[in-house]
Design a protein around this ligand. Structure first.
Ligand code: ZN
Length: 495
């Protein structure tokens, strides 16, 4: 299970407020307090695929949410989980989705290889999360289609929708998805733990206080607009994900047939709310309290349907997040965002170098020197340097794990250079805040194991998200390949 953008300290800060699933994870689970993604490009598709495969992005191939590829001398943009030869069932106008670009099998594949009767299910609001958690495995993989109104899959997974999915979309979705107002459920005594609700840093700077009403920002009489509002700005889609996961367990008898089954779940709304309102917002706390309740219900359902001790859960996140830079700056922290003029300056300095080199020259070294002279660039690494492994600093190692020569990610990368911006510098110029950097705030995530014979505990060992898949494999007696980047966290979890 992944909670999208759940930076590890958020769970810690709000610990006393949790009464549901997070409570159970914190009290009964075994948690690693120093878990990180050990790659540089900390975005959603790489994060999920890393959790499922046990190798770094440079090896599973999903080095970014999207990347540039050179095709017959021209750059084209490629979405990580796109496959234009596949079709989204019922939405032929949408581009196809499949794990074609993932190089490596992962935990769900290993489970099926070990027992062909095993089933694989993966569910999220986001296609890149649902597919990433399923690695290469075929199975029941569902995500919410563009306006967020119903769960879909592609013909990579199914030739047509199973009846229970059609039924779920028609009858359950309207019920779990009915709200047009988002009210706060934060207890009054906890309000002081967040930033004040009214804030010029949030959303459009105007619609920043509870209750949030669809009618204030969209035409709420238009069902698509209403779904879009829920999809982008509220916690509600996660409720739909839990409802479908519950239905999948019932319908497919997951964990109830004498085989090990795999269920991947990614909860996306923490990410959307983080981007729009910031991790320290009242909205994010409210969202986490709702998630806590939903997760609590789901774990109780697992006990009922599968049986206590007969399921095991590994929970983590695909990346962390930077606090809203303007909010940090107000608190006296050195933080800023890359402006349009910064971007222009960056591409101009790269272009200057490229205009002045011979065709024979390898321009990367010169580009590196040029971008290093820009005030917002903290360091730069050439592809050659990254591949030769003569690390300038530890960040270069992280870039090496996100590296690809054919799938190009990063503002200077088309010229063979990774530019690292300063800490607390937000690369996005339009989002309130984001993630994607190699800094600790973007890499530090929870890693908690619960269920089976795991007993409560806390470890401060340095562990990494590549350890998730081999550890879950070990916990379920599933043979895993021996060339993984991650290791089994056996010493801590051994019964
Ligand atoms: Zn994400």
């Amino acid at each position: 299970m992944a909670v999208d953008q759940l930076r590890a300290d958020l769970l810690k800060n709000y610990d006393p407020l949790f009464v549901g699933g997070f409570r159970r994870l914190l009290d009964e689970g075994y948690r690693f307090e120093n878990a990180t993604h050990d790659h540089a490009v900390t975005t959603t598709a790489p994060g999920h695929t890393t959790l499922a495969t046990g190798v770094h992005p440079t090896r599973h191939g999903v080095v970014g949410n999207s990347w540039s590829e050179l095709e017959e001398g021209r750059w084209r943009n490629v979405y990580s989980l796109q496959d234009l030869d596949t079709e989204i069932l019922g939405y032929p106008e949408l581009p196809g989705r499949a794990p074609t670009n993932i190089y490596r099998a992962g935990l769900p594949d290993w489970i099926v290889a070990n027992d062909p009767a095993s089933r694989v299910v993966s569910i999220s609001r986001k296609d890149r999360a649902a597919i990433g958690l399923a690695a290469k495995a075929a199975g029941d993989v569902y995500w919410l289609a563009d306006e967020g109104g119903e769960f879909v899959t592609s013909d990579y997974y199914h030739a047509e929708y199973p009846a229970w999915i059609t039924e779920f979309n028609a009858t359950t979705m309207p019920l779990v998805y009915s709200d047009s107002v988002w009210e706060s459920i934060i207890p009054t005594t906890a309000l002081s733990l967040t930033r004040p609700d009214r804030s010029r840093f949030e959303l459009d700077g105007e619609h920043t206080v509870f209750p949030h009403r669809a009618s204030e920002t969209v035409d709420a009489s238009d069902p698509r607009a209403l779904n879009h509002w829920r999809y982008e700005f509220t916690p509600f889609p996660d409720r739909a994900v839990f409802a479908l996961a519950t239905e999948a367990i019932r319908e497919l008898q997951l964990g109830q047939r004498g085989s090990v089954d795999y269920l991947g779940i990614s909860l996306s709304q923490t990410d959307l709310i983080g981007h729009n309102f910031g991790p320290r917002s009242r909205e994010q706390l409210d969202n986490l309290l709702r998630l806590d309740v939903e997760l609590g219900r789901f774990l109780s359902f697992l006990d009922e349907a599968v049986g206590p001790g007969r399921w095991v859960l590994g929970l983590s996140a695909d990346h962390g997040v930077l606090d809203i830079p303007e909010h940090l700056a107000e608190q006296g922290v050195d933080a800023s965002r890359l402006t349009r003029s910064d971007r222009r300056q960056l591409s101009r300095s790269i272009q200057d170098v490229l205009d002045n080199v011979d065709d024979e020259d390898e321009p990367a070294e010169a580009v590196k020197e040029a971008v290093l002279s820009l005030p917002f660039v903290a360091a730069a690494y050439t592809f050659d340097g990254v591949e030769q492994g003569q690390a300038i600093d530890s960040f270069q190692v992280l870039y090496g794990r996100s590296h690809s020569r054919t799938r190009i990610v990063g503002l200077a990368a088309r010229s063979g250079v990774y530019a690292r911006f300063g800490p607390n510098v937000l690369e996005s110029s339009f989002l309130r805040t984001s993630h994607g950097s190699p800094y600790y705030y973007d890499r530090h995530v929870p890693m908690i194991f619960l269920g089976g014979t795991i007993s409560a505990g806390v470890s401060s060992d340095r562990v990494a998200t590549v350890d998730m898949a081999p550890t879950l494999a070990w916990l379920t007696d599933t043979p895993a390949p021996d060339d993984l980047d991650g290791t089994i966290l056996e010493r801590s979890l051994r019964r």
